[in-house]
Design a protein around this ligand. Sequence first.
Ligand code: SF4
Ligand code: SF4
Length: 259
Amino acid sequence: MKYMDTENPEQVPGQIDNDDTFSFHCHAEISCFNLCCRNLNLFLYPYDVIRLKQRLGITSDQFIEQYVDIVLRPSNFFPEVLLRMAENEQKTCPFLTDQGCSVYPDRPDACRTFPVEHGAFYDAETRTTDIIHFFRPPDFCMGQHENRTWTVQTYAQDQDAVTYNKMTARWAKLKRLFHADPWGKEGPDGPRAKMAFMAAYNTDRFQAFILESSFLKRYKVKSAILRKIREDEAELLKFGFEWIKFYLWGVKTKYLRPR
Ligand code: SF4
Ligand code: SF4
């Protein structure tokens, strides 16, 4: 259930093209119902966190404190954010109930896209990142033997995953930049790393940083963009992604410019 980041998709089994079809149907009467919602490495992407914290009616700080583990892998220079499983024998998802998923309308991208996975494929020749797809249900998932047929696109529409997929793809392309070390001597725990993490995963604090610090004295942000940032956390997140690229790598953006 991971958004794979690969330079060689042929090494990953199950790749499907946009026109390929697959069979799948998950429903409450199926024998494996809820089996997949336990003992997971469930990666949360920035848009997932916004939707879940809104669903739960809590702040970004509270969500991060209560629900996530933050893991920095040696091969990457930006931490992964994983949903912390419950401390019970089966390590169930904290949102799992006997009736199913208690946050279903706002379940994370990986859950609504499952058993399809997406990948960010970086083409070194063209220096572009493409999004590719894989159909990889685990053996215990009986949904793959049901008789409903989808393409990646029709399944995403059915699962209300289109916005999620777009936001995650946007994040995956940015995250790929962290394959090279942007931190230098200050390291991945330094002040710039904390700022970048805040812009991606703590939208409450990032919004306060933009609107309540000296940020707007230092940067010019168009009033239409500012209005969106105040009203819509998805827009705030898009702004955050652009700001990270500008702040760490000096990538110019239409979202802001220095005064
Ligand atoms: S294992 Fe597959 S079919 Fe079973 S509940 Fe999970 S997603 Fe649905
Ligand atoms: S968020 Fe919902 S769908 Fe995803 S693992 Fe947890 S209970 Fe299952």
